[in-house]
Design a protein around this ligand. Structure first.
Ligand code: 5AD
Ligand code: SF4
Length: 468
């Protein structure tokens, strides 16, 4: 799920055309290159692609080698302390490149940029541009100011909609699976979370814009779309007649697009798992049976302290209803251990909830106090206790994942082949349940959805063979 690491190189974008009526620039201009490193969630991956699109229009081609870049962008994550600290160490490593190449510009984008603003330039003067997630459409203009020698810090929440100004992502090469942001920001204010501060208030994109982007992706060869939002199931975008649509209604409309075969969405809040969305899991074949539904804790006392506004029992009953609609649903979740005030009994309640749900996959974290959030000032659980609880929880989650994978052996699944495997003659794709599946298959099956029998479960993937 995490996207740490440089974006893979895409084919160079086409050279920018001169605007109609403008004089063609005949002097050969060296193509400029941009390197983007993406941290954190899938929304950052999507944002990085949109930034590459905005920069391609200004003549920047992507590179996967920071040494040859004219612009280095770190698209950052602020969700936990380690994530933010990684950014400062990476900036420290990049600084010498600037000594070798004085024209090199370094930019920090994403949630650390939003949260830290000016502080980044103070702490690491090699940084030229700091740009928050709401102002990516202004990136080309901000770069021009940086090229003129200004230190640029742009972390406003502007009135205009950035999606209207950002060109569509332009990754070259055939993609079969793509992200599409439909909702951004969060109004829930969980006591541990920086998202409401870094990504701002909940905002849904209008239905027509989402459908148009989906149609364009499908025309480019995409067969699977994952709808993204920090609170994606709270989606309430304006429909064509001005009335708001729910996520379920949006999913059903997307399912009408010919050539779009799979729809997923992430991340959801239990309280926004509406009846129509649960029903869509029963009625819509294109909606995949994998659901990431974070609960964070199994203790009602801690859930209250976290401001989650639901109990452990609410969550368990919800999972039951979801499984009644779609019995083979693979459940995924997020957990935080060592939230302020968490006792041994609270932690035991989390372990009990995990046993009851039976996750196919899950993410778990030690609580990390984030400046400016309500829980940061509360009395903290000792680090050693957090570490012990995390290890215990992860052992159980890993065992559940192993069992869920073992249960696939002998079953037939449909795999959408996405890329070549590590071994010659192999392709890798995803099953309906989001398991990575390695199969010996001809390259011609790339981009196809094919029936596969699972033959083996490996540590983080499955192996299978084509069904004749
Ligand atoms: N400390 C630890 N984990 C956190 N998460 C969010 N904020 C924090 C924090 N301060 C986790 C939650 C969330 C996931 C994206 O990151 O589990 O669902
Ligand atoms: Fe953060 Fe999710 Fe809670 Fe919103 S719902 S505050 S994004 S954890």
């Amino acid at each position: 799920m995490a996207a740490d690491g440089g974006m893979t190189a895409r084919q160079p974008a086409a050279a920018p055309k001169a605007a109609d009526g403008a004089r063609e620039d005949t002097a050969p201009r060296r193509e400029r290159r941009v390197f983007i490193r993406t941290y954190g969630c899938q929304m950052n991956v999507y944002d990085s692609e949109r930034m590459l699109g905005a920069l391609a229009a200004r003549g920047y081609a992507p590179t996967d080698r920071p040494e040859e870049a004219d612009l280095i962008l770190l698209n950052t994550c602020h969700i936990r302390e380690k994530a933010a600290e990684k950014v400062y160490s990476e900036l420290g490593r990049l600084k010498p490149l600037k000594a070798a190449k004085p024209d090199l510009k370094i930019g920090v984008a994403g949630c650390v940029a939003q949260a830290e603003g000016e502080e980044i330039v103070r702490r690491q003067p090699a940084v030229d541009v700091v740009v928050g997630p709401q102002t990516y459409h202004r990136l080309p203009e901000l770069l021009m100011r940086a090229e003129a020698g200004e230190k640029v810090v742009e972390t406003e929440f502007p009135a205009e909609d950035k999606f209207d100004h950002l060109p569509a992502a332009t990754p070259a090469g055939r993609r079969v699976s793509a992200f599409l942001t439909v909702q951004e920001g969060c109004d829930k204010f969980c006591a541990f979370c920086v998202v409401p501060y870094t990504r701002g208030a909940e905002l849904s994109r209008p239905v027509e814009k989402v459908l148009a982007e989906a149609r364009r992706l499908v025309a480019e060869g995409v067969r699977e779309i994952t709808l993204l939002g920090q609170n994606v199931n709270a989606y309430h975008g304006a429909g064509p007649n001005g009335r708001d649509w729910s996520l379920a209604r949006l999913v059903l409309a997307l399912a009408e697009i010919d050539g779009l075969d799979r729809i997923r969405y992430t991340t959801s809040h239990p309280n926004d798992m509406s009846d129509d969305l649960i029903a869509a899991h029963r009625d819509c074949d294109k909606l995949m049976p994998y659901l990431h539904l974070p609960v964070q804790s199994g203790s009602d006392r801690i859930l209250r302290a976290m401001n989650r506004r639901h109990s452990a029992d609410d969550y368990l009953r919800l999972v039951e209803r979801i499984r009644a609609a779609r019995p083979d649903m693979l459940m995924s979740g997020d957990f935080i251990v060592g939230f302020p005030g968490e006792s041994d009994a609270d932690f035991a309640a989390t372990m009990a909830l995990v046993e009851k749900v039976g996750y196919g996959q899950a993410f778990s974290f030690k609580y990390s106090p984030r400046p400016g959030t309500p829980a940061a000032g509360r009395e903290q659980v000792p680090e050693a206790v957090k570490a012990e609880r995390l290890a215990a929880l992860q052992a159980v989650l890993a065992e559940q994942q192993r069992r869920a994978q073992e249960a696939m052996v002998g079953r037939r699944v449909k795999v959408l082949f996405e890329r070549p495997g590590r071994l010659a003659g192999q392709l890798v794709g995803r099953s309906e349940y989001l398991h990575a599946v390695h199969v010996e298959a001809p390259a011609a099956l790339m981009g196809e959805i094919v029936e596969v029998e699972i033959t083996r479960s490996e540590s983080h993937s499955l192996a299978g063979r084509l069904v004749a």
